[in-house]
Design a protein around this ligand. Structure first.
Ligand code: 13P
Length: 255
């Protein structure tokens, strides 16, 4: 059984007051739920990570970073290593989020190095994949996400790859209010699981969690999570409101 995993990617939002208040409100709300049924993480901006780790300490909320660099230390101005992220008390990091791919210009090869560095540094990477609208319209969804997954996992033996959570985030659904239908998401998730069975084996594919992301809201979370191959949600905008994020978590565990 794959335990639902709900993560809130705060992107470049919150500040030193609103972030701790948000994580405390979520932590407080989670006391009503059976936390053995779900994993919850928040993913704040780098500069607030230590503060959010401290504010989340009394709760069951894990903390992750939105990115890492693949070197451990040295002359890489502006970059942050997996070691540093782990050192401030985080467990997770995103790798290859669509905004890193399409706004900042990260390529598959760099993202693969980050996935390796995350695992070697003791973090659990959330590898994000997803097609652009024009790629979907050109019938290239499968080709694009297959390439992103193959490159993302390149060189990883199963024992290491098992640390990865995969997140399918169709770029056209991110921040647009245009969610993939549960059937559209399920179709890609099933394809990804089949691909992972080919790359590794069936038991690996059965165990790995695949999150969906892209305009997840309290009113669509339950039907997305009901799909067989959707094991969690990577939530952007709705994770910035404690009530909405809690409603999404609640819907995901069916409480
Ligand atoms: P939205 O939920 O705001 O569409 O963002 C999705 C996302 O990119 C999460 O990583």
């Amino acid at each position: 059984m794959r335990k639902p995993f709900i993560a809130g990617n705060w992107k470049m939002n919150t500040d030193g007051h609103s972030g701790p208040a948000l994580v405390k409100a979520v932590g407080q709300g989670l006391t009503q739920f059976d936390m053995s049924k779900v994993n919850v993480a928040v993913i704040p901006p780098f500069v607030y990570l230590a503060q959010i780790v401290a504010a989340a300490r009394a709760s069951r909320i894990a903390v992750g970073a939105q990115d890492i660099y693949y070197e451990q230390k040295g002359a890489f101005t502006g970059e942050i290593s997996a070691y540093m992220i782990k050192d401030v008390g985080c467990n997770y990091c995103l790798c290859g989020h669509s905004e890193r791919r399409h706004v900042i210009g990260e390529q598959d090869e760099l993202i693969n190095k980050k996935v390796h560095a995350a695992i070697n540094g003791g973090l659990l990477p959330i590898l994000c994949v997803g097609e652009l609208l024009e790629e979907r319209e050109a019938g290239k969804t499968e080709e694009v996400v297959e390439r992103q997954v193959k490159k993302g996992f390149e060189g990883l033996i199963a024992a290491k790859a098992a640390a990865v959570t995969l997140a399918y985030e169709p770029v056209w659904a991110i921040g647009t209010g245009r969610t993939a239908t549960p059937a559209q998401a399920q179709e890609v998730h099933a394809m990804l699981r089949k691909l992972l069975a080919e790359l590794y084996d069936k038991s690996f594919a059965d165990d790995i969690r695949i999150q969906y992301g892209g305009s997840v809201k309290p009113d669509n979370a339950a039907e997305l999570m009901q799909k067989e191959d959707i094991d969690g949600l990577l939530v952007g905008g709705a994770s910035l409101k404690a009530d909405d994020f809690l409603a999404i978590i609640k819907a995901s565990i069916g409480d």
